[in-house]
Design a protein around this ligand. Structure first.
Ligand code: HEC
Length: 145
């Protein structure tokens, strides 16, 4: 009896997950995502130099967090899930570095975002991540594969 109840519960949960996934797939969302190789390796390397200069004192040497939160954790991706690359871009451009906000150019911000994507195990592609909000808003944030 208990086993049947358990099996029914598991089946119920599976059904719910399937229904939810189908529903989610039907909601209009940006067509591309951070998984699609949206930055270049060279750009992420430029981001690394900027990161050492402006960010590592608060976010840790390997982006793992210190005084500021980790920028490559499961929680970080969870925070941004459902949003777009433009949202993270603006968060950095307007609010960071925490003690000197506003000093980064758009190109520097894009390079830093490229580094953050790389550090979260998203693949690089052929082209740099653009620094304009409209294009960035077409890349949704997802978990890495
Ligand atoms: C003086 C310390 C400090 C420096 C320097 C700093 N940050 Fe931050 N950062 C923080 C703190 C603290 C938070 C979380 C609280 C907040 O939102 O202000 C944060 C939050 C963030 C977030 C949002 C994290 C999340 O989980 O959503 C990002 C992205 C970020 N910082 C990127 C950067 C980048 C890139 C740089 C370098 C250009 C930088 N920060 C430099 C202190 C700092």
């Amino acid at each position: 009896m208990a086993r049947n109840t358990l099996a029914a519960a598991v089946a119920g949960i599976l059904l719910a997950v399937c229904a939810w996934t189908t529903l989610k797939a039907q909601t209009p969302r940006p067509a591309r995502s951070v998984r699609d190789g949206i930055y270049s390796l060279e750009q992420a390397l430029r981001g690394e130099a900027l990161y050492e200069k402006h960010c590592d004192r608060c976010h840790g040497e390997d982006l793992g967090g210190d005084e500021g939160p980790a920028l490559n954790s499961a929680e970080f991706l969870e925070d941004w899930k459902g949003m777009t690359a433009a949202d993270i871009f603006e968060r950095i451009r307007v609010w960071m570095p925490g003690d000197r906000p506003g000093i980064l150019t758009r190109e520097e911000t894009a390079a830093l975002l490229a580094l953050i994507l790389r550090s979260n195990r998203f693949p690089a592609g052929a082209l740099d991540l653009p620094a304009d909000k409209l294009t960035l808003s077409q890349f949704r944030v997802e978990r890495p594969r």
